[in-house]
Design a protein around this ligand. Structure first.
Ligand SMILES: Cc1ncc(COP(=O)(O)O)c(C=O)c1O
Length: 375
């Protein structure tokens, strides 16, 4: 099947780019001597996870128990669920842990005791990481906080828990404005965790894994001494945000949304526009790298070959995307029924709204891969 006949809107996954992105990150992590445990939240797809983990231990990170279930059912044996665990999910996590080595995370001083009770009653052993805040201030305990020692101690003393180590995510890297700011932040993420690992070894005992990772920091960090594993996720597809940030080139972006022109408004200047059938649901309403490019809109519009048409999706409603087309020649190319590909701001959010990828090899759609969305 060709892009000209595929139903719109739909995801188009350029498999050559996926493989290239996977190989580049895999080489980089091996050179640094760390383990790769990619975050599969970006794609939620077994086939893509297999490409990412080839040549590594097969370990993955997930953001939902739905992703964990899918991975466990498809022979992924080491899975980290990287959202802090809460009692409402204990039973399901325990069930999943019967089919794989499941690691959970916490930054709460009560959870080790509660989780241990549940694990003991179910007769299972669970790995539990301490979630550390390295500056993002979303979740996690700051390394200087007393609880950063107390929580690992409680985990280590629990009969049915294993202290897995320490884990952080430098999500604030997405706010960096310059390369040097990003490099400083990447070094900070690494060094804070390596140093805190040393402190914990003295205070509590063995720290099996020091785990860090975000695509911006891992693509620019200069070494990974003191780090055992990294968990980048977005790098497998990249997106307009990452390309603007400098983590990749626009040509590295592997995921686009195929859309059809459904309406044209002839008019002068800003009033000349087309409407495409990809709106907020198909693209997501992620505002993108506004700090770096205030005109980024909700995505870049490309032609079917992936060439930039120098247009953006500037407004959206649920199923409508507005594209202002000032250039008359471009407007004449875009008839009702014409197709374009939109490179959205944030591939993780875009992918999560669809049921499957249409896998593009050369000019042909060669496969459909399921997306394990939901919770
Ligand atoms: C805990 C955790 N680890 C790793 C990642 C991967 O980060 P990125 O998508 O920037 O590669 C994320 C992303 O949100 C995350 O929340």
């Amino acid at each position: 099947m060709k892009l000209e006949t595929l139903k719109t809107p739909g995801l188009v996954l350029d498999i050559a780019k996926v493989k290239r992105n996977a190989a580049r990150m895999s080489r980089r992590i091996k050179q640094f001597g760390a383990d790769l445990r990619p975050h599969i939240k970006t794609h939620k797809c077994i086939e893509v996870a297999r490409i990412q983990t080839a040549g590594h231990s097969g370990a993955v990170t997930v953001s939902t128990l739905a992703e964990a279930r899918a991975c466990a059912a498809n022979e992924f044996s080491k899975i980290t669920y990287a959202l802090p665990i809460e009692p409402g999910k204990f039973d399901e996590a325990i069930e999943i842990s019967r089919d794989c080595e499941l690691s959970l995370i916490t930054d709460d001083v009560e959870v080790p005791v509660q989780l241990n009770d549940a694990a003991r009653k179910a007769n299972v052993h669970l790995n539990l990481f301490l979630k550390v805040d390295c500056g993002y201030h979303r979740c996690g305990v700051e390394p200087t906080n007393q609880e950063a020692i107390e929580i690992p101690r409680r985990i280590s003393n629990a009969s049915n828990l294993r202290f897995a180590g320490i884990l952080t995510h430098a999500g604030h890297s997405y706010n960096c404005q310059t390369k040097s700011e990003l490099l400083a932040l990447a070094r900070h993420e690494r060094d804070v965790m390596a140093d805190f690992g040393e402190v914990l070894r003295k205070e509590v005992g063995p720290v099996p894994i020091v785990s860090i990772g975000s695509t911006p920091t891992i693509t620019c960090v200069d070494h990974l001494d003191g780090i055992d594993e990294v968990r980048p996720g977005n790098y497998i597809f990249f997106d307009a945000f990452q390309a603007t940030l400098g983590s990749c080139s626009f040509d590295d972006c592997a995921l686009t949304v195929l859309a059809a022109v459904v309406h044209r408004t002839r008019g002068e200047g800003d009033r000349r526009k087309v409407i495409i059938d990809a709106g907020a649901i198909a693209l997501s309403k992620d505002r993108g790298p506004l700090g770096l490019n205030p005109d980024c809109g909700y995505g870049k519009v490309l032609d079917l070959e992936g060439q930039d048409l120098n247009l953006t999706v500037s407004e959206m409603s649920q199923e409508h995307g507005v594209v202002i087309v000032k250039d008359e020649n471009t407007f004449n190319r875009l008839r009702v029924g014409s197709r374009v590909r939109v490179l959205a701001n944030h591939s993780c959010l875009t992918a999560a709204q669809h049921s499957h990828y249409n896998v593009l090899e050369g000019e042909n759609i060669v496969d459909h891969w399921r997306i394990h969305s939901g919770w």
